[in-house]
Write a protein that binds this ligand. Structure first.
Ligand SMILES: Nc1nc2c(ncn2[C@@H]2O[C@H](COP(=O)(O)OP(=O)(O)OP(=O)(O)O)[C@@H](O)[C@H]2O)c(=O)[nH]1
Ligand SMILES: [Mg+2]
Length: 465
């Protein structure tokens, strides 16, 4: 079948030693014959050849590049593909791109190479998403999860669940229809029990989704507390650079500052906020409003309080307002100073002081000496990525909303099936739920994939991938 032949620069824009231009489609060979006329035709498969690259219209020399031809179907996309390594100047790569366009290629859309690989059965949708995660990964934990997923970890798990679903269907058949006397019918309870077991398995996979999604997005960790508590100093210390302004004036920070940072191997979006207090200053009170917004979205809060200051009603009110449904770490800042009386120093004391149970972590740090920063990072990972830290990331986990929604739907359908059968709905009617679950799992893997699902998955890829 004739498909468009597409071309894209696969390396990032800008100047570099090399840039790679990728071509894929049934006309790849004839395009190479025009742009790289010195290359043998057909080119030797999978062997890099140094050859002249020319403008197909006037034969002008553009560069000498390394051309590798991958005949389909044994290529990444499954089609005839070529990779052309040229010198990495933006003007030059543009000219080589243009040469392929003049020869008849079309500029590729975002993710189009991977989309073709998927359509040609080279990889399922979950693995395609893993490729995108691998490129985007900015923390070792996401990298590990993406590699595992690209290797088929999650795909195998989902396929296994799909097989288990087929087994429930088979059991249901056996419940409805028993051909001979020696083979008695399966009681409905047994079918329900098996469906229940499958729903539990789906639930276990679903339980990985909150942390899995945070692995891609980065967990929002918000530094908060009274003015002058050392939040901005801690922010800088955790980032390893002077990003936020620090002064001895209370109310220095007015706006929220956000930075992505990998701590203990896990991704965080660390946010510095304005100190919380009652103020008349309109700018500062706007800043406090912003802080409140971030706090309501936080995955974890670092409530900062210098070691020489006391835990007061203010901190307690703060915890009541924001700490009810997310972990709070009480960070005793300025640990290099003389300690004050009356502030909670241990987990037990913090709990007595009314911090909710999840918030019992207390960590002493000094932005000045660096004391306690390692422990604070570890505590953050433990609190936010608990399941992953314990299970290790190379177990199958759901890292995308799309995957979570699919598994959720499958789980609901399996539960609905069990409930229906239990309450005496005819088995043939209840079976529709099993079909629904199967479709949901197949959509995640891309066994069946409506066009709009594909559009959404691949639109987030970069050009040339
Ligand atoms: N000794 C000591 N002083 C610190 C430490 N961290 C911060 N400070 C001092 O505490 C003061 C306030 O620090 P900031 O980091 O600006 O505090 P903040 O909580 O961001 O303050 P606002 O932005 O005003 O809410 C500054 O004078 C810092 O030098 C520390 O670890 N040890
Ligand atoms: Mg500040």
């Amino acid at each position: 079948m004739e498909v468009d032949t597409i071309v894209a620069v696969a390396t990032p824009p800008g100047r570099g030693a090399l840039a790679i231009i990728r071509v894929s489609g049934s006309r790849t060979r004839s395009l190479l014959a025009r742009v790289a006329p010195g290359l043998s035709d057909p080119p030797v498969p999978r062997r890099a050849s140094l050859t002249a690259l020319r403008d197909p219209k006037n034969g002008r020399l553009l560069d000498r590049g390394l051309v590798t031809f991958f005949p389909g179907p044994a290529s990444f996309t499954g089609e005839d593909t070529a990779e052309v390594a040229v010198h990495g100047g933006p003007l030059l790569t543009g000219m080589v791109m243009e040469a392929f366009r003049k020869a008849g290629a079309r500029a590729a859309e975002a993710g189009e190479f991977t989309r073709r690989a998927y359509l040609n059965g080279k990889l399922d949708l979950v693995r395609a998403e893993a490729v995108a995660d691998l490129i985007e990964a900015d923390s070792p934990a996401l990298h590990r999860a993406a590699v595992h997923q690209m290797d088929g970890g999650l795909s195998r798990r989902l396929s296994h669940l799909r097989e288990a679903l087929v087994e429930v269907e088979a059991l249901l058949m056996h419940h409805l229809d028993f051909p001979d006397e020696d083979d008695p019918p399966v009681p409905a309870e047994e079918v329900v029990a098996q469906a229940q077991a499958l729903a539990d398995e789906l639930d276990r996979l679903l339980a990985t989704a909150p942390e899995g999604e945070l692995l891609r997005e980065g967990a929002v960790a918000v530094l908060a507390g009274r003015p002058n508590a050392g939040k901005s100093s801690l922010y800088n210390a955790l980032l390893g650079e002077e990003r936020a302004i620090v002064t001895e004036v209370p109310g220095t920070t007015r706006d929220a500052l956000e930075a992505r940072v990998s701590m203990g191997g896990y991704p965080f979006r660390l946010v510095d906020t304005a100190g919380l207090r009652e103020v008349a200053d309109v700018v500062e009170s706007k800043g406090i409003e912003v802080a409140h917004r971030y706090l309501s979205d936080a995955d974890v809060i670092l409530l900062c309080l210098p070691v020489d200051q006391e835990w007061t009603e203010e901190e307690r009110g703060f915890r009541d307002r924001f700490g009810a449904d997310r972990p709070v770490i009480l960070v005793r800042t300025c640990a290099d100073r003389e300690e004050g009386e009356g502030a909670p120093q241990t987990g037990e004391e913090a709990q007595e002081a009314g911090l909710q149970p999840k918030a019992h972590s207390v960590v002493r740090v000094s932005a000045r000496t660096g004391e306690g920063l390692g422990r604070l990072r570890d505590t953050l990972c433990q609190l936010v990525f608990k399941g992953l830290v314990e299970a290790r990331v190379d177990a199958p986990i759901l890292t995308r909303t799309r995957q979570r929604e699919g598994v959720e739907l499958a789980r609901n359908e399996v539960r609905a099936f069990g409930a229906a059968l239990d309450s005496g709905v005819p088995a043939e009617a209840a079976a529709a739920h099993l079909k629904g679950a199967e479709v949901a799992l197949e959509e995640i893997l891309g066994v069946i994939a409506p066009e709009d699902v594909l559009d959404r998955v691949f639109a987030r890829f970069c050009i040339g991938k």
